[in-house]
Design a protein around this ligand. Structure first.
Ligand code: AMP
Ligand code: GLY
Length: 431
């Protein structure tokens, strides 16, 4: 069997690595991949293709048995619709279903319509009205750009002044570089929710739903959750804040009504559905956001713990027969904790520098794996090529041991200006 993974980040490295372990899998292509997937010597190979039509041509010519789409951008652009129209097996949501992530305004309206718990909100294209709304409701308040912003288009404003500045930026100067939706720049303004966040991700074929292991991301650049938001500086799995009770409520109050609502609205969701949860002191989960894909770096820690054959799971999901995995016992997980520390480049997130030589990569072991994201092979040398460069991921019998194992490797790895957090997993360690 042959698989194709679309994307080139740490999540896609992890997907390719896990797919390649599949019993029937002989080849995994990654398009375009990165320096890490280029260095995998077993079954994994990069292909320098990113245009959707060219990807479909490649999948057809190579007789790919399953294509897995990693990032949100190709999903929002309709790559799944294109593959399906050409009769190619693909795992991921359609363009219509991917709106749960690609448009925050769509997602909020959807949740309101279907009674899915989330923060109260209002959507604005007009700055004057947006400013007036902030004046009326006060801070703390949350300002979100409508459109894809790689996790950076959100400002949690602790003061009204910060909220006003964020509105002016998102509807005007756009220094965060948001890819606005076709109908123009809009902001969603939300009630601030207090609590602890967790990533709750399921795999679904539209009917059967299998929850993945829970995880928690660390979105701020600095230790103690200080500084600007990033795509994610580290993660661990499982997340103890998701108790059995919270898990049951998340499935019953959020995931199942979302899938039923999407089907009822004529856009059935297949793929990975990621609900970003805010869990309050009473253990009530509310939805912060939906993503239509695996998280990054959540994928790295989740897949490090997955014992089931990922290729078979996703092939069944793509074919609408995920119930067979369920009746065969569902997904199997390593009981240990996985913890991943992201190493980011100098200047990330505002202005990541590229071209720094990467050295000191550790020998891989069953309990240690370095997933690459912004790395590339240049004249035989591995150099940085993006903001988040590596995710050093380890397994351990508890959070502390997994963290120590990951940090031990991080401290051996060298590139100029490397930034990482030594406190990944701190919430679970305090508990
Ligand atoms: P999002 O891109 O919607 O996930 O937002 C990024 C981050 O901003 C989230 O992970 C939260 O930490 C924070 N955030 C977003 N919305 C809210 C909210 N309504 N209340 C509190 N924090 C929020
Ligand atoms: N780590 C958060 C995300 O992938 O959106």
């Amino acid at each position: 069997m042959k698989a194709l993974v679309i994307g080139g980040g740490g999540r896609e490295h992890a997907l390719a690595w896990k797919l390649a372990e599949g019993a029937r899998v002989e080849r995994v292509f990654v398009a375009p991949g990165n320096g890490g997937t280029a260095r995998e010597d077993n079954k994994i190979a990069n292909v320098p293709i990113t245009a959707p039509e060219a990807l479909a041509d490649f999948a057809a010519a190579e007789r790919i048995d399953l294509t897995v789409v990693g990032p949100e951008a190709p999903l929002a652009a309709g790559v799944v619709d294109l593959f399906r129209a050409r009769g190619l097996a693909v795992f991921g949501p359609t363009k219509a279903a991917a709106q749960l992530e690609s448009s925050k305004a769509f997602a909020k309206a959807f949740m309101q319509r279907h009674g899915i718990p989330t923060a109260r909100h209002a959507t604005f294209g007009d700055a004057v009205a947006a400013h007036a709304y902030v004046e009326k409701h006060g801070a703390p308040i949350v300002i979100k750009a409508d459109g894809l912003a790689a996790g950076k288009g959100v400002v949690v404003a602790m003061t009204a002044a910060e909220a006003h500045a964020a509105i002016d930026d998102m509807l005007g100067a756009n220094t965060l570089g948001v890819a606005h939706n076709a109908d123009g720049a809009r902001v969603v303004i939300e009630e601030f929710m207090a609590g602890e966040e967790a990533s709750f991700i399921v795999v679904t074929d539209g009917r059967t739903v299998l929850p993945l292991a829970t995880s928690q991301d660390h979105k701020r650049i600095g230790e103690g959750d200080a500084g600007p938001n990033t795509g994610g500086m580290g993660a661990y799995s499982p997340a103890p804040v998701v108790t059995p009770n919270v898990h049951a409520r998340a499935m019953q109050e959020i995931v199942r009504p979302t899938l039923a609502g999407m089907a009822a609205d004529g856009a059935p969701f297949t793929g990975f559905l990621y609900a970003g949860l805010m869990i309050d002191a009473e253990g009530r989960p509310r939805t912060v956001e939906f993503n239509c894909r695996l998280g990054d770096p959540e994928a790295q820690v989740i897949l490090m713990r997955l014992k089931s054959d990922l290729f078979e799971v996703l092939l069944h999901a793509a074919q609408g027969t995920l119930d067979r995995i369920e009746t065969a016992g569902g997904l199997e997980w390593d009981r240990r904790t996985a913890l991943g520390v992201v190493m980011a480049s100098h200047g990330y997130p505002a202005k990541p520098r590229t071209g720094d030589v990467i050295g000191g990569l550790p020998a891989e072991a069953p309990d240690l794996k370095v997933f690459h994201a912004g790395s590339t092979l240049k004249d035989g040398a591995l150099v940085t090529s993006g903001g988040r460069v590596l995710c050093v991921t380890a397994l351990g019998d508890n959070v502390r041991l997994a963290q120590a194992r990951a940090l031990g490797a991080v401290r051996e790895i060298r590139f100029d200006g490397a930034q990482w957090r030594a406190d990944i997993g701190h919430r679970a360690l305090k508990a």
